[in-house]
Design a protein around this ligand. Sequence first.
Ligand SMILES: *[C@@H]1O[C@H](CO)[C@@H](O)[C@H](O)[C@H]1NC(C)=O
Ligand SMILES: *[C@@H]1O[C@H](CO)[C@@H](O)[C@H](O)[C@H]1NC(C)=O
Ligand SMILES: *[C@@H]1O[C@H](CO)[C@@H](O)[C@H](O)[C@H]1NC(C)=O
Ligand SMILES: [Zn+2]
Ligand SMILES: [Zn+2]
Length: 434
Amino acid sequence: MGFFKWVNLFIFLHFFAATPIFSDSTKFLDLAKDPEVFDWMVGIRRKIHENPELGYEEFETSALIRAELDKLGIPYKYPVAITGVVAFIGTKLPPFVAIRADMDALPMQEMVEWEHKSKVPGKMHACGHDAHVAMLLGAAKILREHEKELRGTVVLVFQPAEEGGGGAKKILDAGVLENISAIFGLHVASGIPIGEVASRPGPIFAGSGFFEATINGRGGHAAIPQHSIDPILAASNVIVSLQHIVSREADPLDSQVVTVGKFQGGGAFNVIPDSVTIGGTFRAFSKESFMQLRQRIEQVITGQAAVQRCNATVSFLDEEKPFFPPTVNNGDLHDHFRNVAGSLLGDNKVKDMQPLMGSEDFAFYQEVYPGYIFLLGMENASRERLETPHSPYFKINEDVLSYGAALHASLANSYLLKLNQEAPVVDEKYHDEL
Ligand SMILES: *[C@@H]1O[C@H](CO)[C@@H](O)[C@H](O)[C@H]1NC(C)=O
Ligand SMILES: *[C@@H]1O[C@H](CO)[C@@H](O)[C@H](O)[C@H]1NC(C)=O
Ligand SMILES: *[C@@H]1O[C@H](CO)[C@@H](O)[C@H](O)[C@H]1NC(C)=O
Ligand SMILES: [Zn+2]
Ligand SMILES: [Zn+2]
């Protein structure tokens, strides 16, 4: 065949093949709303809600996930990153597209009185990760039923320790995601109507780091300050100076935060203590701004402490609270998301949003692979208003499970189709599959 004929054939096939990419979306939503799938997801979510487990302790949650995968006949790798489970549906051959759910709960007491309230005092699924697990299992069930249609492999990532533990980083270190072409994630959102989604290309959540500093002086009698070196006054000046980093050194159009949330020192009205410990968090939307903040926080603390004759040691808690990079959505995946979510929910239900100063460890995946995360609405105007995540009164509108499962399944399935259509352009060996 001559070159031009080849090109024409390709264009023809490309268009011919391009049409069905998103046609499964509504089919998947109907399936996810079917009681067989929906009630099953609700049951799983409630079981996990009753037994919340903190980061890297999600052993029973993980066992429940594996039991359901076994029943569905879906193979998986375990343990990955201590409690994580990574499952595979489809051809088991490239291309690979990943979808991710986090599994961990928060160390807080649930205040909602209901039948499936947390049975573990001081632990609660207050961020919706119980729903995230149920939705990813829902997607697994849907994709398993359509496994023969998959044009590659969907990789299901059940990840531990999103809440500060950096579980995503440990999953990456385990190497199981090698060779994936893209990864998708979602987070339930209370302020967005049910059946709607919101996201944006580029930075969506801030990078986040923590710091702790001990400011050492010399304690003594409060009435004889000249014999002491007062760390309380030094720490106070440190905190004021820290507030000048963002207000005087950062570009006002490049959003950043430095907050001191911890101040511990002294215990008596008439004693100057030996030392004071302060701690806080800092946020920025680019790695450059983030590293700049980190450097200046250290300089300001030690420099300002020295002005008051004190010594300071600064730690960024790299072990206990690894910093989260900014969460940055891939632009091409944003287009794919708009197409899939638009055909599944209606174009007017797919909203753009402003970036948020909160952070997500999904960012770790995006540092290595093209990644995309979006917010999934839960608010139903004809019902009660939902509290924001991390509130002890946080609730899930369980109707959301169908939307999440269908979106997960559609995003992955149609991205595999898209990759197959694009493959002939970049890779000889896929010509046969046209
Ligand atoms: C990724 O691809 C390389 C090269 O084809 C292969 O050697 C490796 O085993 C793959 N990794 C995984 C986790 O599948
Ligand atoms: C600060 O450190 C120096 C050098 O280690 C030491 O000589 C000095 O006493 C310290 N000052 C205070 C207030 O801790
Ligand atoms: C909102 O809640 C009402 C009352 O429970 C229900 O009939 C309706 O289907 C819900 N809407 C959506 C989009 O789920
Ligand atoms: Zn959270
Ligand atoms: Zn969360």
